[in-house]
Design a protein around this ligand. Structure first.
Ligand code: GLC
Ligand code: CA
Length: 557
């Protein structure tokens, strides 16, 4: 595959609201990020993705944008933005913005005009329909609960919102609206940004039938009538032509409903659409029947098989983006690792996994120090609209509040949104004031300052792993061959790019794991050179057995 910076780069995702507060109002901001630019550079990452920083009433923390061309007042100004961008560029780091154009805020002037009358010239910027039998136009549901249609008494029609009612869907059938979006994108590129992460990009085109879902068809099923709709590829190609070509940009689509087959169409190397996409198959590994609030234990064999399917299925055709968490997911170490006894070891193992797969690796703020899920004792402490809606519906539906809360402790998006833990001082060094959302009470022990001081910390391991990946392009471009498929503890694979062959072996358990017998026999072991281990320095390390959550990389040959 062709070599490019966004394939070889490591991405660091920042959730600005929770990263660093510079002015003591309890809310993270751009100048806070600016204070930490050297820290970010010290990780060795090449690209930073910022969650939305545009003007927003914050019904969904910035995913409801009321002005695409200005910075949210709480986060700072365009001058702050320019300074931050320059600071990243001066350190060789590229900046990728979030692009949220499936919907806007209901406070965007486009929507205000659109809802003002049926004759408004902007009426068609959004999706309006008359009701059906005294109810909404169809039975589509919103992602955060309730009908996806909201009645507007002023004009007597319903508008579509697949998320909250404050996030009306933009109508991509309208060319004027589309071109306004492209012009906006070009202005950000001209300002110097290096790419976009495109929010729920697979939802842009709605099937004109507006048919109801079939029984059992999940909201984000690949077949749902608003997923990979009939004009999606046309819209993306147009966007590419009108807004992206000519800039040295990276694009990553957030792509619910993506299978290998449709991923290859959206991000195939020669398709002229997007560079890569986030797909969520792995994130469903602990759901019951597609429901994130009903959880089951993770089966490592299934976990490995999903990763293998994407590694092998995309190879040579399209580029993967690899992540184990983001701002919508629980903390990776609490979900896939062991956040108690083996917190440090398992956080390292997971980073070793993320950074040793084919595709671009994403690391989310706090993952580099192994931050964990939080378990607020009361629903009052939660902030996320999805969590709050779930709790209300569950309890109204008769669920025991403790049960609903237990599910929230495991899965809530707020797990990843508690403030970044910088040091052991008041408010974890995040802010001089009480933060907008509570801190994880483990910050006095678990913070960046401590991790910096400990050679065996997750943080130092991430730096080492990033350097290792850069020194071994085989990890970026090589093919992937899973071994020991049925081993319930070991995750092991070969990576091979024709000039180098590596064996990655990760113990994904709190017990022992052994290399497969054929690899561990004396003759084969002599052909393996251990290049990297995540175990603490000085730990006595048997040749064929891995310590709990240890990750190793061997050179084969
Ligand atoms: C994406 C975002 C999520 C947001 C939703 C609606 O999934 O990652 O945070 O709530 O889109 O914009
Ligand atoms: Ca602030």
């Amino acid at each position: 595959m062709k070599r490019t910076w966004w394939k070889e780069g490591v991405v660091y995702q920042i959730y600005p609201r929770s990263f660093k507060d510079s002015n003591g109002d309890g809310i993270g901001d751009l100048r806070g990020i600016l204070e930490k630019v050297d820290y970010i550079a010290s990780l060795g990452v090449d690209i930073v993705w910022l969650n939305p920083i545009y003007e927003s009433p914050n019904k969904d923390n910035g995913y409801d944008i009321s002005d695409y061309e200005n910075i949210m007042r709480e986060f700072g100004s365009l001058d702050d933005f320019d300074e931050l961008l320059a600071a990243f560029h001066a350190r060789g780091i590229r900046l990728v913005m979030d692009l949220v154009v499936n919907h806007s805020s209901n406070e965007h002037p486009w929507f205000t005009e659109s809802r003002s009358s049926r004759e408004s010239p902007k009426r068609d910027y959004y999706i309006w329909k008359p009701g059906r039998n005294g109810g909404p136009p169809n039975r589509w549901e919103a992602c955060f609960g309730g009908s996806a249609w909201e009645y507007d008494p002023g004009t007597g029609e319903y508008y579509l919102h697949l998320f909250t009612p404050e996030q009306p869907e933009l109508n991509w059938e309208n060319p004027e609206m589309r071109h306004a979006v492209y012009a906006m994108m070009r202005r950000w590129f001209e300002r110097g940004v290096d790419g976009f992460r495109m929010d729920v990009i697979t939802l842009l085109s709605k099937d004109p039938s507006y048919r109801d879902l079939e029984p059992g068809e999940g909201m984000f099923a690949p077949t749902a009538p608003y997923i990979y709709g009939p004009r999606l590829h046309e819209f993306i190609r147009e966007m590419r032509r009108e807004a992206i070509d000519g800039f040295d940009a990276m694009t990553v689509g957030e792509a619910p409903g993506t299978t290998i087959e449709n991923a290859v169409e959206l991000v195939g190397e020669d398709r002229g659409e997007l560079d890569m996409a986030f797909q969520f198959e792995l994130m469903g590994v602990d759901y019951v029947a597609g429901d994130k609030w009903k959880q089951r234990p993770i089966d490592l064999v299934e976990f490995k098989t999903i990763i293998e399917r994407w590694q092998v299925g995309m190879f040579g055709k399209a580029w993967n983006s690899n992540f184990l968490m983001n701002h919508d997911q629980p903390r990776s170490v609490s979900r896939f690792g062991d956040d108690r006894r083996y917190r440090v070891q398992s956080a390292k193992a997971l980073l070793a996994l993320d950074l040793s797969l084919c595709g671009t690796p994403y690391v989310y703020q706090g993952e580099e120090i192994g931050m964990t899920n939080v378990a607020f004792p009361s629903i009052e402490e939660y902030r996320d609209i999805e969590t709050l809606n779930y709790y209300r519906r569950a309890v109204e539906g008769g669920a025991a509040p403790e049960r609903a809360l237990a599910s929230i402790h495991y899965m809530s998006r707020d797990n990843s949104r508690t403030p970044m833990q910088w040091d052991a001082s008041r408010n974890a060094g995040f802010s001089g004031a009480r933060p907008w959302i509570g801190l994880n009470p483990n910050y006095p022990e678990l913070n960046v300052e401590r991790a910096e001081a400990d050679e065996d910390s997750v943080l130092h391991f991430l730096r080492r792993m990033i350097r290792f990946r850069k020194d071994h392009l085989c990890l970026v471009y090589g093919d992937f061959e899973l071994i020991a498929r049925d081993d319930p503890a070991l995750f092991a694979y070969f990576r091979d790019d024709g000039s180098e062959r590596l064996l990655v072996a990760i113990n994904m358990s709190s017990g022992e794991a052994r290399l497969p017998a054929d690899i561990a026999d004396a003759r084969s072991l002599t052909r393996l050179a251990l290049l990297l281990s995540s175990a603490p320095r000085g730990a006595g390390r048997p040749a064929d057995a891995l310590m709990p959550w240890e990750a190793r990389v061997y050179k084969v040959g």
